[in-house]
Design a protein around this ligand. Structure first.
Ligand SMILES: Nc1ncnc2c1ncn2[C@@H]1O[C@H](COP(=O)(O)OP(=O)(O)OP(=O)(O)O)[C@@H](O)[C@H]1O
Ligand SMILES: [Mg+2]
Length: 369
């Protein structure tokens, strides 16, 4: 069997250290804190931020590495999962072998190192998806999605933690940019227009739809384009892109063989006091009520799965309309990361409404699984 225990390729001392660090308390940061702290990227602040990450990242990474060792149904032994675990252990070792950060030069070097860690983990999501796929293949078909609750919960924790780690690294690295774009503090845009981001994300989704189906329904956006609030545009782009992609696919499939004109998808942006809510509505036939509990799981998709054992995860252009079944659960994690949420309401036989709530206050602490 190809499965290796961590102890075979990593030293015993390293594994012991992982367990020690994995028990330490994680420290969460809020959007507001990141924004305020990052608005003055002085050398002193960068040093403080570097020192914080030097301590915080190994704690977060160690937790995930430990969890990867003891997954149910033998998921830990799947080759793809072993690879992911090795990435986590390599990154833990890199972080722990970096000496104490005392001055600016240390901090610069540290920044280069964590930048490389972020790149190392680029393909964690498709690689884990492949692992789950490998598990599914060898599993008793009688086991149904609901039985895999433990795996869904693990993946939710795992990906949520990944969002946090990547946000912290990305934010720190970006603060080094000597010419940051106007109103940007690292990844955060202090005057982000949700309508504008929704427009861009919809266009991107429509391009993929055009490529896949040869045509794409219209997307109409309602809301004040001048309205802005502080948020991370890449996160919002990703969420709207996933929702619009789902809606386009549903409408397209509904109207493909009919001579009626496909009804447009409607996006409504509402600015409340507590939340900014973005509703994506389609008339794509909805989701049967029995299917609703599955849509937020990582194993469910009504599309053909594009992953197979031979696909090259590193270089392939893997963006397709649908297929991993990851769009909704991952989008919901991004929403929750800054205190928001995502809900899906469906009317079978008519269409689907997705409500994306984004917390406006930015005070909520990072969820720390
Ligand atoms: N607007 C919608 N209308 C109808 N069905 C939908 C809609 N949104 C989601 N679904 C159903 O929920 C399933 C899960 O959606 P999700 O976005 O998580 O995965 P996917 O679209 O299948 O794959 P991908 O990971 O590429 O997004 C879809 O396969 C589809 O059956
Ligand atoms: Mg999708």
């Amino acid at each position: 069997m190809a499965a290796k225990k961590a102890s075979e390729s990593f030293s015993k001392t390293l594994i012991e250290e992982v367990h020690k660090w994995g028990c330490m308390k994680q420290t969460g940061v809020s959007l507001r804190y990141m924004m305020e702290f990052g608005s003055k990227p002085t050398q002193r602040n960068l040093l403080i931020s570097g020192q914080f990450l030097h301590k915080e990242l190994p704690i977060r990474i160690a937790r995930r590495a430990i969890e990867l060792e003891s997954l149910p149904y033998g998921l830990s032994e799947k080759p793809a999962v072993l690879k992911v675990r090795d990435w986590y252990l390599d990154s833990f070792r890199d972080l722990r072998s970096f000496p104490e950060i005392k001055e600016t030069n240390d901090e610069r070097e540290f920044t280069q190192m964590i930048k490389a860690i972020k790149v190392r983990h680029n393909n964690v999501v498709p690689m884990m998806a492949l692992g789950v796929q490998q598990l599914k293949k060898g599993m008793d078909p009688k086991i149904v999605y609901e039985d895999l609750d433990e795996i869904h919960q693990f993946l939710d924790r795992f990906y949520m933690s990944r969002i946090g780690i990547r946000m912290l690294i990305g934010q720190h690295v970006e603060l080094h940019n000597p010419n940051p774009p106007l109103h940007c503090v690292g990844y955060i845009h202090t005057k982000m227009s949700p309508v504008e981001v929704a427009q861009n994300a919809s266009e991107d989704a429509r391009c993929i739809c055009l490529r896949e189906y040869g045509s794409a329904p219209e997307v109409n956006i309602y809301g004040d384009p001048k309205f802005t609030f502080p948020y991370v545009p890449t996160h919002l782009h990703l969420m709207v892109f996933e929702l619009v992609k789902n809606s386009l696919r549903a409408v397209q499939e509904c109207y493909m063989d009919s001579d009626r004109v496909a009804p447009p998808i409607r996006i409504i942006v509402a600015d409340g006091i507590e939340d900014v809510t973005i509703k994506v509505s389609d008339e794509g036939g909805g989701i049967p009520r029995s299917g609703l509990p599955k849509i937020f799981t990582y194993l469910y998709s009504t599309a053909r799965n594009p992953l197979d054992e031979h696909s090259d995860l590193g270089t392939a252009d893997t963006v397709t309309m649908a297929g991993y079944g990851y769009g909704l659960p991952i989008s919901r994690l991004y929403a929750r990361y800054f205190g928001g949420d995502l809900q899906i309401i469906s009317m079978e036989g008519y269409g689907t409404d997705a409500y994306l709530h984004l917390s406006r206050l930015g005070d909520s602490q990072e969820p720390l699984p």
